[in-house]
Design a protein around this ligand. Structure first.
Ligand code: NDP
Length: 286
């Protein structure tokens, strides 16, 4: 007996969505699927089709006529907007996998809205950056009760690790805190290296010692040497998106307003940096 292949439509082909869609296309045989792509700027979807043999979908109405939808958009606001536009055309029984780094409460609202249309939902934000997305080596933090249904699709692009964090929104909650830690580590490492430079220690030499010692982190081991000391500032994650994640962690999860909150200090430093440099520069600019 033959079965009809499943159709998957990826919505949003930015720094992360591009690689996520690519890895779904490269592993389509594993999930017995056809992979389609929709992007607001359509030329990018056409480039993706040329590179990976994906099928370009020209409208959100057409994108809705699919079994699995994978979104990777800037914030939950854009996910909510496309969900409302697609809603009348969604298939009952479809599955929606949201790889946006979203807001946990807004995500619960999206899940409830889609449930009325008979659509299952998981939040599945990812970590690993554009390079991890291209190589399919992301970590996914998944929230929602239909984890088992979503897992084979997520496994195509999150081959580093997949963690089921709990109910819907819990993936987004963990992701917001992960990025807050990322930003805090980067900022404090920058402060430390500046002080050492003023004292006359070459930052590269300082990192050589720190990275074999207890003060090291991903930021000192990788981000500082490759993006900051080189003055490249080109990791591929926008400063405005990092501030969004830290705001999500603090406002969405109710971090208390105390003078000793390092998460709130991190938020203040990111806000100052956004005011100085704008939202579109790389987050390592902070
Ligand atoms: P980009 O800015 O590179 O891409 C954003 C994508 O969203 C583009 O495809 C863009 O389309 C689309 N888009 C923007 N606004 C709208 C809209 N109003 N309607 C429809 N589509 C829209 O972002 P990233 O790929 O970097 O980030 C996507 C998500 O992944 C974010 O939530 C981010 O926080 C998260 N993330 C990012 C990481 C990174 O290192 N970059 C790492 C992990 C998570 P268009 O091409 O037309 O502009």
């Amino acid at each position: 007996m033959t079965t009809t292949p499943c159709t998957v439509c990826c919505i949003g082909l930015g720094a992360m969505g591009w690689g996520i869609a690519a890895n779904l296309a490269l592993r389509k045989a594993h999930i017995d699927s056809h992979i389609a792509v929709w992007n607001r700027t359509q030329s990018k979807a056409q480039e993706h089709a040329a590179a990976y043999g994906t099928h370009v979908v020209e409208t959100l109405t057409a994108a809705a006529d699919t079994d699995v939808i994978v979104t990777c958009l800037p914030t939950s606001a854009e996910v909510t907007s496309v969900a409302h536009e697609m809603a009348p055309h969604l298939r009952r029984g479809a599955l929606w996998i949201d790889c946006t780094s979203g807001d946990p409460q807004a995500t619960r609202d999206i899940c409830a809205f889609l449930a009325q249309k008979g659509v299952d939902f998981v939040d599945s934000p990812v970590s690993g950056g554009p390079q991890g997305a291209l190589s399919g080596a992301l970590t996914a933090m998944v929230g929602g009760s239909v984890f088992n249904r979503a897992q084979p699709f997520i496994a195509c692009f999150a081959r580093k690790k997949i963690v089921h964090c709990g109910g819907v929104g819990s993936g987004h909650a963990v992701k917001a805190m992960n990025n807050s830690l990322n930003a805090a580590h980067l900022i404090v490492a920058g402060e430390a290296l500046l002080a050492l430079a003023e004292f006359g220690v070459d930052p590269a030499v300082a990192l050589d010692a720190i990275n074999a010692s207890s003060g090291r982190s991903l930021q000192t081991e990788v981000r500082m040497p490759t993006e900051v000391l080189t003055r490249k500032f080109d990791y591929g994650f926008k400063l405005g998106l990092m501030l969004k994640d830290v705001n999500t962690a603090i406002l969405g999860l109710g971090v208390p307003e105390t003078d000793t909150s390092l998460l709130r200090l991190t938020q203040n430093v990111l806000e100052a940096s956004v005011n100085e440099h704008g939202v579109d520069v790389d987050y390592t600019t902070v």
